[in-house]
Design a protein around this ligand. Structure first.
Ligand code: 13P
Length: 247
């Protein structure tokens, strides 16, 4: 059985009050045995509410970013140490919006991955190409570069997750085709096997993200090297996210 994870990235959406309402509804509808396969990445302002809402469930959660140091004079940043104290399990890093809008690079992201693992939390690394890079046939090389810098700085045998999110499929309604997803996910798995050996490589979840909806999730999940999803827009409604998790 391949490992499975369904992750939600709420981005800059939902107030603490909306967060609480969402989780009350979600927990009442989510089958118990599915809970430990689900992870929510909520905005920083909803972290404490999320911690309180999910503490009696098996649902996992974390922040959408963290800083590469635990504390100090870093105005406005988020500490992975605080995530740990609040009971988070995962931290999302390297999202394309962080790379593009906030100019994060592979090295900086790998440093965050190292710190997150040192706290026994699980980093979820986002990778993926822009449309321009895809058109220039650079997709696989870009993904390889993003992965290689990361595995050089983390302990690849400790838990971590990859989310392949082609930038052109994020929030556009333009989901990658099964063939496009298969090509990249197979490439990533083979790269991991070659670099880390089969046993470690098969434990690593490779999620797909980019316009995942209830009506396209089932087909993509059937691909051998798709271990679940990282869902943006469709994770904001209880019923649509739950449908994806039940695919
Ligand atoms: P959408 O599902 O809204 O395309 O967002 C994907 C994403 O960026 C998840 O991190």
């Amino acid at each position: 059985m391949k490992p499975i994870l369904f992750a939600a990235n709420w981005k800059l959406n939902k107030t603490p009050t909306e967060t609480k309402t969402f989780f009350t509804d979600f927990i009442s509808k989510c089958p118990q045995d599915l809970q430990n396969k689900i992870c929510f990445f909520v905005p920083a302002t909803s972290l404490e509410t999320t911690s309180n809402s999910l503490k009696d469930s098996d649902i996992q959660w974390g922040s959408q970013n963290c800083y590469s140091k635990i504390s100090g004079a870093f105005t406005g940043e988020i500490s992975a140490g605080v995530m740990k104290e609040l009971g988070a399990t995962h931290i999302l890093i390297g999202h394309s919006e962080r790379r593009q809008l906030f100019h994060e690079n592979n090295d900086e992201i790998a440093g965050k991955g190292h710190l997150i693992q040192s706290l026994s939390l699980t980093p979820v690394l986002c990778i993926g190409e822009t449309l321009e890079q895809r058109d220039r046939n650079l997709t696989l090389g870009i993904c390889e570069d993003q992965l290689r810098t990361f595995i050089e700085q983390i302990n690849p045998a400790q838990p971590w997750v990859i989310a392949y999110e082609p930038v052109w499929a994020i929030g556009t309604g333009r989901v990658a085709t099964s063939n496009q997803v298969k090509e990249v996910h197979d490439f990533i798995r083979n790269f991991l096997i070659q670099e880390l050996g089969t046993e470690v490589a098969q434990r690593i979840c490779i999620l797909y993200g980019g316009s995942v909806k209830p009506d396209n999730a089932k087909e993509l999940l059937q691909l051998e090297n798709v271990n679940g999803f990282l869902v943006g827009g469709a994770s904001l409604e209880v019923d649509s996210f739950l449908k994806i998790c039940l695919s």
